[in-house]
Design a protein around this ligand. Structure first.
Ligand code: PLP
Length: 398
């Protein structure tokens, strides 16, 4: 028999697989499944981005580029971060990869190994704990509370820090909760971190362009945090370029050089065509993003209103990203019309999929089995139908 590595054996298969597989099976049977489970905008990138991708082909930009991205792209990213976040980086501090996911993995490989602890506030994005595990590091989970808006509290951070802590991951705005940490809270977290100079902050700010009433503050701008913060960002969310696969880090020169080294042995440069398109994305007029935000806001408010009207469901008003993370705890323990007990969020999601052909992501995937995640990046028509199905599905539970 083939012996797989200990590393891979210790990895968990994504909790979303059961739901995704079932959704695919139902579709094969000809059922019309509505899926609010994917983490991507439902619109195309700006026309200038599509034109730049075509132009890249016409110009023959189809060869390897510099390992960490073309100078033109890295300069454009520096200019963007300066303009939009007020933080200064030079191109040597920016390393572009094939997506923020790759950037995160490379950072973790560059920063931590066995014996190290990685602090991950929960609910967390599915890959953080698995990435820490792949590096041999231990994840230390801090549970945040729905009634505190899923925000990381300074006293909770203080309790979790130890001499073994190497990395704090702060996803802001958050996937899955949509929580945006206000500036005063970030200041308070930075004040705690100043006492622990060895800890590096991986600030996953990939949703920074999608914020509603809060202002997004980049962690690297906080006093004393610049050298210790790795800003993770990319082109999948705001610019809606998921399939182009471009992400980046901006960090101190030493961390950037380490990530560049890891990437040089791993994948080399990101796709040349996508890099050319990414430069165009950074130059798209602000109105593109403003329109997207207005559209997301309307959808957020619609779905919020509908699900809050469902008995047993409560939900915070998220300030960013395009997810809702309602608490469904009062529904657990109820029975489906077929008599199956809804033990956890996964069981509820499988029931909604089976009976109502509605695909949502169970909260267990994000470390919280009392919630589920709804992505409202879908057409208004699908959202209306999805809310009808959700309402009906829940009303049939006894
Ligand atoms: N970080 C968070 C919080 C995400 O939600 C995602 C995508 O779902 C990523 C990183 C990865 O994005 P990319 O498509 O750039 O790899």
């Amino acid at each position: 028999p083939i012996q797989l590595s200990r590393r891979v054996r210790s990895m968990a298969l994504s909790k979303t697989v059961a739901v995704t597989d079932k959704a695919a099976a139902l579709r094969r049977e000809g059922k019309e499944v509505i899926s609010l489970s994917v983490g991507e905008p439902d619109f195309l990138p700006a026309p200038a981005v599509m034109a730049a991708a075509r132009e890249a082909l016409e110009l023959g930009l189809v060869k390897y580029t510099e390992n960490g991205g073309t100078m033109a792209l890295r300069e454009a990213i520096c200019e963007y971060l300066q303009r939009s976040k007020g933080v200064e980086y030079t191109p040597a501090q920016v390393i572009c990869s094939n997506g923020a996911k790759q950037s995160l993995m490379q950072c973790m490989l560059a920063l931590c190994g066995s014996g190290d602890e990685v602090i991950v506030p929960a609910p967390y994005w599915v890959s953080y704990t698995q990435m820490a595990g792949l590096c041999g590091a231990k994840s230390v989970i801090i549970n945040t509370r729905a009634d505190e808006g899923f925000l990381l509290q300074p006293h909770a951070l203080e309790r979790a820090l130890t001499p073994a802590t190497r990395v704090l991951i702060l996803c802001n705005p958050s996937n899955p909760t949509g929580a945006v940490h206000p500036p005063e809270l970030l200041e308070a977290l930075a004040a705690v971190l100043r006492k622990w100079p060895r800890v590096v902050i991986l600030a996953d700010e990939i949703y920074e362009q999608i914020v509603f009433d809060e202002k997004h503050v980049a962690f690297a701008t906080l006093p004393g945090m610049y050298e210790r913060t790795v800003t993770i960002n990319g082109f999948s969310k705001g610019p809606a370029m998921t399939g182009f696969r471009v992400g980046y880090i901006a960090a101190s020169k030493a961390i950037a050089a380490a990530c560049n080294k890891v990437q040089s042995q791993n994948t080399s440069c990101p796709c040349s065509v996508s890099q050319h398109a990414a430069i165009a994305a950074l130059k798209v007029p602000k109105s593109f993003q403003e329109e997207a935000i207005a559209n997301f806001r309307e959808k957020r408010d619609y779905v919020l209103r509908r699900i809050r009207a469902v008995p047993g469901v409560t939900c915070e008003t998220p300030q960013g990203a395009f997810y809702l993370f309602p608490t469904i705890a009062p529904l657990l323990g109820k029975r489906t019309p077929k008599g199956v007990v809804v033990e956890d969020s996964e069981a509820l999601c499988l029931y909604l999929l089976d009976e109502c052909h509605l695909a949502l992501v169970p909260g267990e995937a994000f470390g919280d089995g009392t919630c589920l995640r709804i992505s409202y990046a879908a057409s208004m028509e699908s959202l209306k139908e999805a809310c009808d199905r959700f309402e009906r599905g829940v009303s049939l539970l006894q």
